[in-house]
Design a binder for this molecule. Structure first.
Ligand code: PLP
Length: 406
């Protein structure tokens, strides 16, 4: 059933998070439902970046590594991200990409579980997670075992060094019970590594309380840090001393400017740093993370949940598409609508000013980040989808697939 504009307006008027949209610069008239792929531009970011470029770089030059605190930005940003993922400040650093951080932490896990020969992960998780583990498995001479979600628990045994899971699945939106999976892994002596790319900033995450060992997450999606923003990495306090990634660099050294001949790890999560931090990107991520000031993530999760359900229910009645019903219980802040020509239909929707993305072969993905999405957007997106499907305009030549990014 389609919600009426009046119903949606009433929901927007009562939304305790409605004010957060003012923290962003969004193009007039656009319905942006792809913050799960690239968060929108924080309103404060251009000035913050301009000040860094002109003042810290232009005037301060090399002095800014100390005077502007550049050298500590990865740990300071980590501390700012920490409450968003339920971690203590010194357990998180901002650095590198999700892919690189997966490698670092998984290799550290293998080091902590010598003699165990298996990395276990869910089949059909985001490809980079598998690609990185395949490379690491080759290097370390261990086996990567990929099993369907339903078989994960049965596959846990005393040969498993590491269980790698995506907290919220990038297509299905399934959310793992983090505490339960950590407990199951720990019961057989395995460690856990969580990919929070689709939950950090979207859902309540409780890394410390739920007993996670390691985690990685994305800076450019829900954290609004800009295209290719640095990712983050989490190291539970109990591993601060012993965890040693196979990829170690001078920024993770205890005293980088001693220029010592041999690597000695920095304390805590700082040891996960590798090379010189990209300061402009770090400042942009800082502005992105700042958009979460005062935001109650339980409220954010509840709002995204309501938006997803309104949209899914409304789309379920449209001809020619099938809606993946949002998983029962907790789920991600996005939903999938299937159409055999998903890429063309999405292109036609984008031309009408409703932006989502698609994942092969047939999934159109619509994200509903709580900070920026209005209830009214649900109505506008449903109306546009209905019009695209009814007109068949997606068959037009101008919507033929082009460009690598979908
Ligand atoms: C679940 C998940 N993990 C990892 C990535 C990619 O991370 P990165 O490009 O920072 O390596 C993505 C990107 O969409 C993702 O959805």
């Amino acid at each position: 059933m389609q919600p009426t504009p009046a119903q949606l307006a009433a929901l927007d008027a009562a939304d305790p998070l409605a004010h957060a949209r003012g923290r962003f610069r969004l193009p007039e008239g656009l319905v942006y439902l792809d913050g799960n792929s690239l968060g929108p531009l924080p309103a404060a970011l251009p000035d913050a970046l301009a000040a860094t470029v002109a003042g810290e770089w232009g005037d301060g030059l090399i002095r800014s590594w100390n005077d502007a605190g550049w050298i500590d930005l990865p740990v300071q940003l980590g501390a700012a991200i920490a409450p968003i993922v339920g971690a203590e400040p010194d357990s998180v650093v901002a650095c590198d990409s999700v892919s690189l951080n997966l490698f670092k932490l998984a290799s550290a896990a293998l080091g902590l579980r010598p003699g165990r020969r298996t990395i276990l992960m869910e089949a059909d998780d985001f490809p980079t997670d598998a690609y990185v583990m395949q490379g690491l498995a080759r290097l370390a001479g261990v086996t990567l075992k990929r099993v369907p979600r339903a078989d994960l628990l049965a596959a846990l045994n005393d040969d498993v060094a590491l269980l790698l899971l995506t907290h919220a699945h990038y297509v299905t939106g399934h959310v793992h019970d983090m505490a339960a999976m950590n407990a199951a892994a720990h019961a057989v002596g395995a460690l856990t590594l969580w990919d929070l790319s689709h939950s950090a900033g979207a859902l309540v995450v409780r890394l410390d309380a739920d007993g996670a060992d390691f985690a990685v997450g994305c800076g450019y999606k829900y954290l609004n840090g800009g295209p290719g923003a640095p990712a983050f990495a989490y190291l539970a306090r109990r591993h601060w001393d012993a965890a040693l990634p196979a990829l170690t660099g001078w920024m993770g050294h205890a005293a980088p400017f001693d220029f010592a001949g041999d690597y000695a790890p920095a304390a805590g999560a700082r040891r996960l740093l590798t090379g010189t931090p990209p300061i402009l990107a770090m400042r942009a991520l800082e502005a992105g993370v700042a958009t979460f000031a005062g935001i109650d993530l339980a409220q954010a999760e509840a709002k995204s949940r309501a938006l997803v359900h309104l949209f899914a229910d409304g789309a379920a009645g449209l001809p020619g598409v099938t809606v993946d019903a949002p998983p029962a219980g907790r789920h991600a802040a996005h939903v999938i609508i299937r159409h055999p020509q998903a890429r063309r239909v999405m292109a036609a929707l984008i031309a009408r000013g409703v932006v989502g993305d698609m994942r092969p072969p047939d999934a159109m993905r619509f994200g509903f980040p709580a900070l920026t999405t209005r209830y009214a957007d649900v109505g506008l997106a449903l109306a546009a989808l209905q019009a695209v499907l009814a007109s068949g305009e997606w068959q037009d030549e101008r919507f033929a697939p082009r460009g690598m990014v979908s």
